[in-house]
Design a protein around this ligand. Structure first.
Ligand code: GLC
Length: 425
């Protein structure tokens, strides 16, 4: 018989679910915390991901803004300690040597690529909570440098969108969005996929970290990455206003409008946004949860949003599963709900070919709220809490059964703190 989740009946049951999720969130954030000298951060999973990761730390910052904003600020400061001279913030910082995911990228102690630019939003949330102007003034210049790096070095054709040079830069390591460009069949295995991503890393390193070298090898103007950038530029502009940086406010306003227009011009096709490979002139038409990211970025018109919510988000044949929103449409040949085992995740990274992740749920939730789809948002929030209740703080979950997979004691479930807080306020 097909398993279906138990819905929380009544306010009291929901309240209990909230409290239990919050408790687990607190526990995992504390358990994975590391503090030594000036270095303070939270590992995504002590056993499987024992370093500092960029977008993970931003998720921690958002969750910690509800729990321990002082530590959240420290975690952001720690991230900024390893910013490169050109403005790039690396996606992994190896504060301590460890056996897993260890790789010599050719830089001292960090990776050489980045991850979705969630930093402005995380810093904005922490600033909102603490009103610490010292923190604002301390972080604004590195933030400006980081976003300028993306807008300038990653837009070689001057089209307005920014490009990624490796699938890992989206945080969705093995997403089928990139299969065409990597020449992979729908059932590509974890090890083969991982090896190819690291060939690209090697080629980048051999070029002396020259982005131009990647134009032919791997360059994608990705929907999710650019949506995250667009939403974060909104936050950055507000922060720059508060920090009294009028020139930068003006610059980022112009760039934000340019990005918005470019995304509509180059990515919108038949009511959906699709990632594109500009140097190969290819549109990557694989249906993933990236369809919902323009909600997060405020990029759809209300009418377009209603269509995508009706036709995809509420559609059990494509994205809506008993336990949340699938990260890949059920109709795609690459869709596989099971998710990697913890050992596979530990060796090759997580599985983005279908399982539900807490971060995708959080982004979708924010987008639905932004467009006023409060009932759908409440459903996404509740499925998130049900996953925590049923399977705990795992890395990802089978959308059909709710079974957890990948890393254990994984921190992203702490984003539930933010979802619950928003529903209570
Ligand atoms: C996995 C995820 C990636 C995350 C990393 C650390 O590789 O795919 O998004 O940053 O784990 O948690």
């Amino acid at each position: 018989m097909k398993e279906t989740p138990q819905r929380a009946n009544g306010t009291e049951a929901l309240q209990t679910l909230h409290e239990r999720a919050k408790q687990q969130a607190r526990e995992v954030l504390l358990k994975n915390r590391r503090s030594e000298g000036t270095v303070h951060y939270t590992t995504p999973s002590k056993e499987s991901y024992p370093y500092q990761w960029l977008w993970d730390s931003c998720f921690h910052g958002i969750a910690l803004s509800h729990l321990d904003p002082e530590f959240g600020k420290e975690e952001m400061r720690t991230l900024l300690l390893r910013q490169c001279d050109n403005g790039l913030i690396p996606h992994i910082i190896y504060w301590k040597a460890g056996p897993l995911h260890w790789y010599d990228w050719g830089l001292a102690g960090t990776s050489s690529i980045t991850q979705p630019p969630m930093l402005a939003l995380a810093i904005a949330r922490l600033f909102e909570k603490t009103k610490d102007t010292g923190f604002l003034h301390e972080t604004i210049q590195p933030l400006i440098n980081y976003y300028r790096y993306l807008l300038e070095r990653r837009d070689p054709l001057g089209r307005g969108c920014v490009g990624i040079i490796n699938p890992d830069e989206t945080g969705e390591d093995n997403s089928p969005r990139f299969d065409t460009l990597l020449d992979f069949p729908p059932d590509v295995d974890a090890q083969t996929h991982h090896a190819r991503r690291f060939e690209l890393i090697e080629a980048y390193r051999a070029s002396g970290f020259d982005e131009r070298h990647m134009y032919d090898l791997f360059w994608i103007d990705d929907v999710s990455f650019n949506c995250i950038l667009l939403a974060n530029l909104e936050e950055l502009i507000l922060l720059a206003e508060k920090a009294d940086r009028p020139q930068e406010v003006e610059y980022f306003r112009i760039r934000r409008e340019k990005l918005r227009e470019a995304m509509r011009k180059h990515m919108l096709h038949n009511g959906r946004f699709w990632s594109v490979a500009p140097f190969k002139n290819i549109r990557l038409e694989v249906a993933t949860w990236a369809h919902f990211m323009p909600l997060f970025a405020g990029l759809y018109t209300q009418e377009e949003a209603e269509r995508v919510v009706q036709e995809e988000l509420r559609n059990p044949e494509t994205f809506r599963a008993p336990y949340g929103i699938r990260t890949v449409s059920k109709k795609e040949p690459s869709y596989r709900p099971e998710g990697f085992t913890d050992d596979t995740s530990r060796r090759f990274g997580g599985d983005w070919r279908g399982p539900v992740w807490f971060a995708s749920q959080w982004f979708i939730y924010q987008g639905l709220l932004r467009y006023g789809f409060s009932e759908d948002a409440a459903w996404v929030r509740e499925t998130t809490l049900q996953l925590i209740e049923k399977s705990g703080m795992r890395e990802h979950f089978n959308p059909e059964t709710g079974k957890g997979s990948g890393a254990r004691d994984f921190t992203w479930g702490a984003l539930a703190l933010d979802m619950v807080d928003q529903s209570e306020s």
